[in-house]
Design a binder for this molecule. Sequence first.
Ligand code: FMN
Length: 272
Amino acid sequence: MNIIDVIKTRKSCRTFNSIFLSQEDKAELESFILKNSKGLDNEIIDFSIIENKDASSELKINYGMIQGHKTFVLGTSKSTPNSRVNYGYLMEKLVLKATEMNIASCWIGVFDQTYFKEIIPEKGFEIPSILIIGYADKQSAGERLVRFAIKAHKRNDWETLFFDYQTKLPLSPDQLPKYSDSLEMLRLGPSAGNSQPWRVFFDETTNEFHFFKNPVNKKYDVMGLHEIDMGIAVAHFELTSNSKGLKGVWDKYENIQSSEDLQYIMSWRCIN
Ligand SMILES: Cc1cc2nc3c(=O)[nH]c(=O)nc-3n(C[C@H](O)[C@H](O)[C@H](O)COP(=O)(O)O)c2cc1C
């Protein structure tokens, strides 16, 4: 499957069949984690696959709306915006690898932080989100309800998300033929509560894309979840661009201003 098909196939799963990953699948994901632990700025984030073998201590999520979940992936980030972006970036690469292997997943931002005895963050670190992975079962009524309530299949239009940096006018796919798939695949990404805080501005004069976070949901923003969302967007953009032979480098510029509604995260400088 190419990355575009993988991104289009992925959707959050909230009904798992309670079966642990096969040894082969677990080994393949563990090997992927080892090879993909270096993120932006060369920061290393180590993820672990944790299986709950104790049926009496289930992690309750979404008031019990998630079912059959036995296997989690998590690690720690520094308690800083950049490190959370990195956590989202690296974990989403794993989500897409799992999707390709027919393994279902769901990002979880709201959970009991004390549940995982194996991973206790040091001072200045946190578990900013976790991932449930496993094999999907038939959607439960609860799952259908959650998906309906957050309009999980919908995304904002291009005109809400992508702009020209100089004129501030919305961009359409035909204005950016080379990068239209990269932005479209970013648009299809998952985000906390489907809040889609990504805003991207293209500067034709410098050939750069500037990524900003619009803190659309104050509660998620305080929890750092929008920074995870930004990391996911960065991963989708980069993987799609690379798959089309488009190269670039990530950088963070001192001279780019943030405002309350548009907080600067980083930029992609096109190099071909
Ligand atoms: C950082 C993050 C946190 C999330 N937290 C939760 C959560 O706590 N509970 C939940 O059911 N879904 C959670 N989700 C899944 C989103 O609701 C889901 O990605 C979004 O509604 C879009 O649906 P889709 O993933 O099926 O495309 C989270 C997603 C992200 C990216």
